[in-house]
Design a protein. Structure first.
Ligand code: IPE
Ligand code: IPE
Ligand code: MG
Length: 248
């Protein structure tokens, strides 16, 4: 029996977000350089994308590089950017074949020009994909997102396009870079760290958190399935009582 058989296909999260963490530790355990860990993480990315698409997830957001990750040693940053270029180039045909649309969120203008070019090309090539949207969070942080939203919102107020009294939660959400996506129902974090690390701060308000001790390069389809099963066992109350939820 495959792991998929025990999954309730009627209760698949529309949006799953992943903090792919633990590459450095994975490499260190094997006596390798941190970069070796990043290179070894591509299989995990591929398996997660495939499994999410197979299960019917509509949006898969992968935290690939945070605003704070710019503070890592320059050589590691450079290696990550190169890996990004190579991986996008290598995987675009698979995305196309599987009707997966590539998107990105983050301060993309800060990425090296060749990364920006590669990303833009892949996004353009895959833009008609309807099966799933794969969102790469690159030079992204939740505070960056909220700050750019505040900047654009106040500019619109200054120009008279928006009245302060009309600002609702939906207005704020519409200025975030995730404006057209549902909030994630499930957040997966590998490597056992119990924190958000400045990921989707607004969007994770009611997201179910699933943390596994596995290091990201070891993450496979069966582990994604296990996260979905764990999600399906949760009771999502949104502030209500359990009785309110279970009465049909
Ligand atoms: C995640 O693995 C990859 C990125 C943050 C780019 P890490 O590089 O953070 O690995 P650890 O946490 O040091 O083991
Ligand atoms: C979070 O991992 C960012 C990404 C996975 C891209 P980090 O390794 O940067 O997080 P911290 O520093 O341990 O919180
Ligand atoms: Mg880390």
């Amino acid at each position: 029996m495959t792991g998929q058989a025990e999954i309730d296909t009627q209760n698949i999260p529309a949006h799953v977000a992943v903090i792919m963490d633990g590459n450095g530790r994975w490499a260190k355990q094997r006596g390798g350089l941190r970069v070796f860990g990043h290179q070894s993480a591509i299989t995990a990315v591929r398996e997660t994308v495939e499994e999410a698409a197979e299960l019917g997830v509509q949006y898969l957001t992968l935290y690939a590089f945070s605003t704070e990750n710019w503070n890592r040693p320059a050589l590691e940053v450079m290696a990550l950017m190169q890996l990004l270029v190579h991986t996008i180039r290598q995987e675009t045909s698979t995305l196309l074949k599987n009707s997966i649309r590539l998107e990105s969120i983050g301060d993309i203008a800060t990425l090296p020009k060749n990364c920006q070019r590669e990303l833009a090309e892949a996004k353009e090539l895959t833009k008609t994909g309807t099966r799933m949207t794969l969102v790469l969070a690159l030079s992204y942080s939740g505070r960056w997102d909220l700050t750019q939203a505040a900047r654009r919102m106040t500019a619109d107020v200054a120009e008279g396009k928006l009245k302060p009294a009309d600002v609702t939660e939906n207005t704020v959400a519409s200025y975030l870079v995730t404006a057209n996506m549902p909030d994630p129902e499930l957040l997966i974090r590998t490597s056992g760290e119990q924190r958000i690390s400045n990921f989707l701060l607004w969007q994770l308000a009611y997201t179910e958190l699933y943390i596994t001790d596995l290091l990201w390069p070891d993450f496979r389809k069966q582990h994604f399935q296990e996260a979905i099963r764990a999600y399906q066992r949760r009771e999502r109350r949104f502030g209500k009582t359990s009785e309110q939820i279970t009465v049909s």
